[in-house]
Design a protein around this ligand. Structure first.
Ligand SMILES: *Cc1c(COP(=O)(O)O)cnc(C)c1O
Length: 394
């Protein structure tokens, strides 16, 4: 298929074809794995007008054919000028924040964060003299009070984990423009299938591609999407930090990505069904999922999110003890950290995403010891509901 203008095609078509090499390399329908650390260089030196750097092909420069196809495809999906893939989600987050923030500068950051990001921002960035103030991403009117002359960036998560709050991304984009800040959001839980932050005016959209983008729980990867200029700066920094993605992982991510549209659709419908079942169950105290009518943010967020994703969390009336019995009684979900794969996983965030936080930090983030998080896969819906029904019965 030739790519006359792939960016004008539908999302599901771009998952397969955007940025595919044209003509295909070696006539291959699927771009093979370029497992070669380096490429040969012209011995006569760079061509006239060519930068020496551009003539070097090396995995750490993110420029194998596997990188170029994958980065171009992710950028197209996100509605961004440029894309960069990284060794993990944390490599994407750390390289991006180290690029936009200098020592002495200040960051506004969501109160609710993935545990690794929380530790990176509140311990490691602090050590480098970069300070931060936590804000409520869903209350834009409160942000201005946290500004300082040295504030340089605002960092949110599109859908927060594990409480499923939905920060106001359009307001963050406008606020950042008004105050000269760089805006970033961790879009891992939404994916470009449900939300395209760059199209809303957010400067950088970050991903743990380990999760939904790859979807098969078999690699670690990250992605940074945004303008040519800003992504280029992050790429240069990542080249020096060394958190590059291996070509074999690029290949697997390119393969996993093709079914993102199908997977997310099923994961959203499975999650909606389980959320409704749990919400009506007498043993369940409270369910967090934007697809439920009592969710505090979802009405407003409909303008920038086209679905509510594959994650939900809930608390049982019996607290942590009941939660631990429940996860042992379930047959289908594996008790494991992480999310976004085709198989359903269940965890208590105190044992996984938020294990790195102290009990008081967890309390401040609203993550209680009895909170249960489910990341729905693509199994049959009735089997999942029946499994939860029998486990809650016990
Ligand atoms: C998992 C996750 C990360 C970290 O990604 P890794 O690929 O494990 O480094 C960052 N943000 C969110 C929201 C995540 O779920």
């Amino acid at each position: 298929m030739t790519q006359s203008d792939p960016d004008r095609m539908q999302f599901d078509t771009r998952l397969m074809h955007a940025a595919a090499p044209d003509p295909p390399i070696g006539g291959s329908v699927v771009t093979p794995i370029f497992q070669s650390a380096m490429g040969v260089q012209p011995p006569e030196g760079p061509a006239p007008g060519q930068d020496l750097h551009d003539s070097i092909r090396y995995i750490r420069l993110h420029n194998t054919p596997n990188h170029l196809e994958l980065q171009g495809r992710l950028a197209s999906l996100a509605g961004a000028q440029a894309g960069l893939v990284c060794a993990s989600g944390m490599a994407a987050i750390s390289a991006s924040l180290l690029t936009v923030l200098q020592p002495g500068q200040h960051l506004l950051v969501s109160q609710q964060l993935y545990g690794g990001s929380h530790a990176w921002i509140h311990a490691e960035l602090d050590r480098l003299g970069i300070t931060s103030t936590t804000i409520d991403g869903t209350a834009p009117s409160t942000w201005a009070a946290a500004l300082r002359p040295e504030t340089k960036a605002i960092y949110l998560e599109t859908i927060t984990n594990p409480l499923l709050r939905l920060p106001d991304l359009p307001a963050a984009a406008a606020f950042a423009k008004e105050h000269g800040l760089v805006s970033l959001t961790d879009n891992t839980l939404a994916t470009p299938a449900l939300c395209r932050p760059v199209e809303l005016g957010i400067d950088l959209s970050l991903h743990s591609a380990t999760k939904y983008l790859n979807g098969h729980s078999d690699i670690l990867a990250g992605a940074v999407l945004g303008s040519e200029e800003l992504v280029g700066e992050v790429a240069s920094r990542l080249t020096l930090l060394g958190g590059c993605l291996d070509p074999n992982a690029c290949f697997l991510l390119t393969r996993g990505l093709k079914t993102l549209g199908l997977r997310i659709e099923r994961q959203c419908s499975n999650t909606q069904a389980l959320a409704e079942f749990l919400d009506g169950h007498p043993a369940v105290e409270h369910v967090n999922y934007p697809g439920l009518p009592h969710h505090p943010d979802s009405e407003h967020a409909r303008s920038w999110l086209s679905g509510w994703g594959g994650l939900l969390s809930f608390e049982l009336a019996g607290g942590e003890a009941a939660a631990r019995s429940l996860v042992q009684a379930l047959r289908i979900p594996a008790y494991a950290p992480s999310l976004g794969g085709v198989e359903t996983l269940i965890t208590l965030p105190v044992d996984s995403s938020h294990a790195i936080l102290s009990p008081s930090e967890r309390e401040a983030a609203g993550v209680g010891p009895g909170l249960v998080r489910v990341a729905l896969g693509i199994e049959g819906q009735q089997d999942i509901i029946e499994d939860f029904a029998q486990a809650l019965e016990r």
